[in-house]
Design a protein around this ligand. Sequence first.
Ligand SMILES: CC(C)(COP(=O)(O)OP(=O)(O)OC[C@H]1O[C@@H](n2cnc3c(N)ncnc32)[C@H](O)[C@@H]1OP(=O)(O)O)[C@@H](O)C(=O)NCCC(=O)NCCSC(=O)c1cc(O)c2ccccc2c1O
Length: 134
Amino acid sequence: MFKITVTPRFGDIDSLKHVTNTVVGDWFETGRNEIFRIFTPDLDTSYEKWKLIMVRTEFDFIDQMYYGFDVEIRTFIDKIGTSSFTVGHEAWQKGKLKSKGKAVIVHYDFIEQKSKPIPEEIKEKLRKHTCDEE
Ligand SMILES: CC(C)(COP(=O)(O)OP(=O)(O)OC[C@H]1O[C@@H](n2cnc3c(N)ncnc32)[C@H](O)[C@@H]1OP(=O)(O)O)[C@@H](O)C(=O)NCCC(=O)NCCSC(=O)c1cc(O)c2ccccc2c1O
């Protein structure tokens, strides 16, 4: 599991005084960086080197998050398929699970414009980051 800490910005709060929904997707995306490095260590997004495309994302908002308290973003591998894998996400504030989500990502050749099976050596690296949700 990877963990990063984010600090809600003043502008992340909406008129109801809680962290607005779109911000959480950005935090989860940032949390995924270390997983992308498994495929493209230098994060070069050229078509020659970048190998991933997202096909699905979903979020559950369990409890409200507020300004003034850091948020821990936890990122892990939930499932590994043939050409796709699912990343699990959690946002924790003040020791409580506030939001969780998933993103399905496909191993994809942008030059040939088609999905490709994930190589076994990459699957092995992904397996090291599987984790049960807390
Ligand atoms: C990507 C596609 C070309 C896939 O088409 P294909 O015909 O190859 O798909 P298959 O049916 O063979 O499925 C392959 C594989 O994926 C699984 N899958 C496909 N769709 C879904 C789905 N909706 N939900 C869940 N799973 C799905 C399927 O089960 C297969 O799994 P296996 O493991 O069994 O092999 C085609 O779908 C396509 O072109 N889609 C459009 C993608 C797109 O435009 N996405 C939005 C833009 S991308 C994006 O926003 C993005 C944001 C990020 O933050 C990223 C960060 C890092 C990396 C990438 C990012 C990113 O792409």
